[in-house]
Design a protein around this ligand. Structure first.
Ligand SMILES: [Zn+2]
Ligand SMILES: [Zn+2]
Length: 287
């Protein structure tokens, strides 16, 4: 299964390819643009072309783009909601221009409006995305969240409902499953039995074939803590043993994985990649 990390786009998106290659990644994730700003500067076509060329040469698959943190597809405020849809479409445009396979997004927060409102809101947003004709070459993936505060999207059945609705709107969306967020939201996979039932639940609730990418992160918070705090692989509350059970599952083992573990320097990524590979090699030795 392809394994990679989230790499920086400092100096331009095309610069990220060399960073991923240097770390020995098979897959990679980037932000399409500054993740904490509403200011949008279009990506020059030459830069997009350079990214595509370098990526092809490096043989990286999949390329995942993560959306801006300000985008809130469940915002009750109409201004923010429409601004979010607009920015989402622009970022999907960037992802398609660079030939990315997936665009991963969080589902935002409906504040005190509740999950039923959030579900309607995000479905409306995705309908507008579908109508724009975007999302055909880059598939939109919805990421499960940790369930902190009024944030939406921690439940797999909710994500499944959105995916089914999007399909009816003509948008073939999928799931990006974050192990830290899931654990924090109360989904346990600490024993082989729990791992098996979670793998089956992902398929049953999000839909067969929906799971496209795994964000492989350990968790600083405990099971059900709702804390979105990533930890180094094997060093958090999830632990290497649980990852071994989960990643060994036949429904999980071929899904590409991206690390979003804490990072001060490349050494941190290299250490986490090595630990993830060690766990995956352990899988081969299991009966
Ligand atoms: Zn994630
Ligand atoms: Zn997170």
């Amino acid at each position: 299964m392809p394994l990679g990390v989230h790499v920086s786009i400092a100096g331009g998106v095309s610069k990220s390819v060399e960073r991923a290659r240097r770390l020995g990644c098979d897959a990679m994730q980037i932000f399409g643009r500054n993740p904490r700003s509403w200011i949008y500067t279009p990506l020059p076509e030459a830069e997009a072309r350079l990214f595509r060329t370098l990526r092809k040469e490096a043989g990286l698959f999949p390329v995942v783009v993560h959306t801006n943190y300000l985008i809130n597809l469940t915002a009750p405020d109409d201004g923010i909601f429409h601004k979010s849809i607009d920015m989402f479409k622009k970022e999907l445009g960037i992802a398609e221009a660079i030939g990315a396979d997936y665009l991963v997004t969080h589902l935002g927060s409906p504040q005190d409006m509740g999950p039923a409102f959030a579900l309607k809101r995000v479905s409306l947003a995705l309908l507008e995305v579908a109508r724009s004709g975007l999302g055909r070459t880059t598939r939109v993936l919805l990421e499960n969240t940790s369930g902190y505060g009024p944030g939406f999207g921690s439940r797999l059945d909710d994500i499944g409902r959105i995916i089914r609705g999007a399909k009816e709107s003509g948008l073939d969306a999928g799931l990006c499953f974050d192990t830290c967020h899931a654990f924090a939201a109360g989904y346990s996979f600490s024993t082989p039995r729990e791992a098996d039932s979670l793998a089956k639940r992902i398929e049953a609730e999000a839909g067969r074939g929906s799971l496209r990418v795994i964000h492989l992160n350990d968790s600083r918070g405990g099971l059900g803590s709702k804390l979105d705090r990533h930890a180094d692989i094997g060093k958090g509350a999830i632990g290497a043993e649980a990852f071994r059970h989960f990643l060994n599952h036949p429904k999980i083992r071929k899904v590409p994985m991206i690390l979003e573990t804490p990072k001060d320097s490349d050494e941190d990524d290299l250490r986490n990649l090595a630990e993830a590979r060690r766990i995956l090699r352990g899988i081969d030795r299991l009966p």
